[in-house]
Design a protein. Sequence first.
Length: 459
Amino acid sequence: MTLRLKINLIVSLLTLLFVAAMLALQLRAMRESVQEEVVAANRVAAQLLNRTAWLYAAQGTPAMLAFLQGVGRVRSNDITLLDDEEQVLYSSPTSVYKAGRDAPHWFAGLVSPAPTQMSIAFPGGKLIVRSNASRAVLDAWDSAALLMLSALGLLLIVNALVFWLVGRATRPFADIVDALNQLESGRFDVALHALPGTEAAAIGAAFNRMVGMLQQHIETERRAVRAESRLSESRELGRWVDQKIEQERRLIARELHDELGQSVTAMRSMALSIAKRMQALDPQAEQAARVIADESARLYTAMHGMIPRLTPLVLDKFGLVAALEDLVERTRTSHSEVQIEWQLGLELDRVPMDTDAALVLYRAAQEGITNALRHGQARRIVLALHRDEEAVKLSLTDDGRGLPGPEATRETGAGHYGLRWLAERIESLGGELRLEPAAPNGAQLTVRLPLPAAVAENP
């Protein structure tokens, strides 16, 4: 049902109620008027006949009959003359006013007063006067019919006028509906022109503002999607670059360990052999050979210190636990003044773990130890590796200076880029990295990586 039809029905209903109320009041007034007319006419007729009946009754019944015939019809009354034997001697003639027509019975029942009858007895007969409201009721019916026809005409005129006015007033809403349909179909550039009427103009202005905001939001969403796509591509590229870097690190570490290590060892061996041979023949040559041997030894030591930083070869051969134990031992050797504790959970050495997850945990421990020693100046470090029903957890706690505040970070420019890189790699594996203060001082690094589904279901 349209708004136009609803308004038209409401106006029609209100008009009908108004007309019904007016007709009810008019009907009440008609009933009172008919009753007043009939009662007054009946009273006048009764007084007239009561005074004159005795005068003519003294002259006999024929004189009374002649009088009544001379009087004829009395308005709103029926007069009947009876003799002593109740024989009808005279009945008043039928009214010629609007002869042949009568009001409907239902209407007559609504407006007709209660009928009255008066009997006047005299010697030789009886005179009966009855009220008759049929003509007065017919007048009231004609007035009511004219009023109802006028009300019906007024109702039709008012409804037609309201229908036209409402249609004109609601015409802008069709434009609004059409604009909304276009907006629903995907046209986000639709705009409404200035609409007539206060409400329609306000709705049109609000619609145009909404479309403008919607366009801005859509553009923002598009930019966000493009940015997210680029970020995803950048992350994919970063992971690819990380994989390539790790591969190159492994290759370089193996080349250093296998090729360069053997070459440096061979150089040292040959230098020592030359030094032994030249010991008695040429002291300068012996000294030069020993310098070459010492430099070869230092080069070999530096190379072996570089290999674990490039990639932990022990991780590929013996697994994560052995790699972490090697990291702890090398840290103890290089930092003898620092106390390092190593805690290992049960059965972790039998937990299958892919290369990426093991490498991320190793890098997290390596980065955490480096930060604790370099930035936190820690004197005690606790490295722990445990597992629960769903994940492997690596935690590193130190007693250093703790986490720097935002002001110190801005002043020094330190942003923990290594930890950010680790966090991205851990998130890509479905894990979580947390760095938080430790009690009473220091910092705690926690990494959780989910176990493979088969291991989680069969611990």
